[in-house]
Design a protein around this ligand. Structure first.
Ligand SMILES: O=C(CO)COP(=O)(O)O
Length: 299
């Protein structure tokens, strides 16, 4: 692990404040990834299904979650979208017992290995036991506020997958890393840590979440997101396999909302979204899920 959580937390907050104050970073990335439209038959290839996750983070009460679940149960959702919500651990059982089976459940974290004398932790076996099918790992808030590093995240990923808990594997660069032209380097390093630990990618979704876009209202432009998604897919092609590159969904997260989702969804390599704040409002989250229709039009 890196520095102490408290200093990490304050420097992270400083960065977030800077990101809010600063204009979006000029695009400094090298356009070294070829457009591979010819290789991907439709706007979304691979496993085919658009994927939308709602990361509720450390939000909610029994009452507010009950209201949100009612909104989601009442929503009309496009059928060809995989939908997952990630409540705080303590409400997973409530959500599991009240939410339509149409939507799967994710945890926001998991212990690195088998359960036991690990105070305050939750194991992958326990997630599986209560019917929680997914876990989000490598989220920037756990990397930069809690201090989880690549190796720790990779081990968690491997263990969760070994217990048949599917993985939403987050990556993403800080604002200063983007401004220094290091976006690809940072994302590829984070990808390598996953690749070193993962042997079967069938149950993995990659979430590109630029840290400067998370919770700031500064969404990446569709071009900025597409550029990184295409680069990550090329990285998978070179470093894992062409099959994994074309079948693994790469979703975007960071200030996605009901108004900006359609333009993002049109991009070839954006296979869905990981949504924070807007996933706490049922109708908005439903609009984001249903932005798959923009993808179909773009195809
Ligand atoms: O961190 C996120 C999802 O994991 C994104 O959060 P926001 O949608 O609130 O920016």
């Amino acid at each position: 692990m890196a520095a102490a959580p408290s200093s990490l937390a304050s420097s992270h907050l400083t960065r977030l404040a800077a990101a809010v104050a600063a204009p979006a970073a000029p695009q400094q990335l090298r356009l070294r990834c070829s457009r591979r439209r010819a290789q991907r038959v439709v706007a979304m290839a691979g496993s085919g299904k658009f994927f939308v996750g709602g990361n509720w983070k450390c939000n909610g009460t029994k009452d507010s979650i009950s209201k949100l679940v009612s909104e989601l149960n009442a929503a009309t959702l496009e059928t060809d979208v995989d939908v997952v919500v990630a409540p705080p651990f303590i409400y997973i059982d409530q959500v599991k017992n009240s939410l339509t089976d149409r939507i799967e459940i994710s945890a926001q974290n998991v212990w690195i290995g088998k359960g036991g004398a690990y105070t305050g932790e939750i194991s992958a076996e326990q997630l599986a036991d209560i019917g929680c099918q997914w876990v989000i790992l490598g989220h920037s808030e756990r990397r930069h506020i809690i201090g989880e590093d690549d190796e720790f995240i990779g081990k968690k990923a491997a263990y969760a997958l070994s217990q048949n808990v599917k993985l939403i594997a987050c990556i993403g660069e800080l604002l200063e890393e983007r401004e220094a032209g290091k976006t690809f380097d940072v994302c590829f390093k984070q990808m390598k840590a996953y690749a070193d630990s993962i042997s079967n990618w069938a149950n993995v979704v990659i979430a590109y979440e630029p840290v400067w876009a998370i919770g700031t209202g500064k969404v990446a432009s569709p071009e900025q997101a597409q550029e990184v998604h295409a680069a990550v897919r090329d990285w998978l092609k070179t470093n894992v396999s062409p099959e994994v590159a074309s079948s693994t969904r790469i979703i975007y997260g960071g200030s996605v909302n009901a108004a900006n989702c359609a333009e993002l969804a049109k991009k070839e390599d954006i296979d869905g979204f990981l949504v924070g704040g807007a996933s706490l409002k049922g109708p908005d989250f439903a609009t984001i899920i249903n932005s798959v229709t923009s993808k179909k039009v773009a195809a």
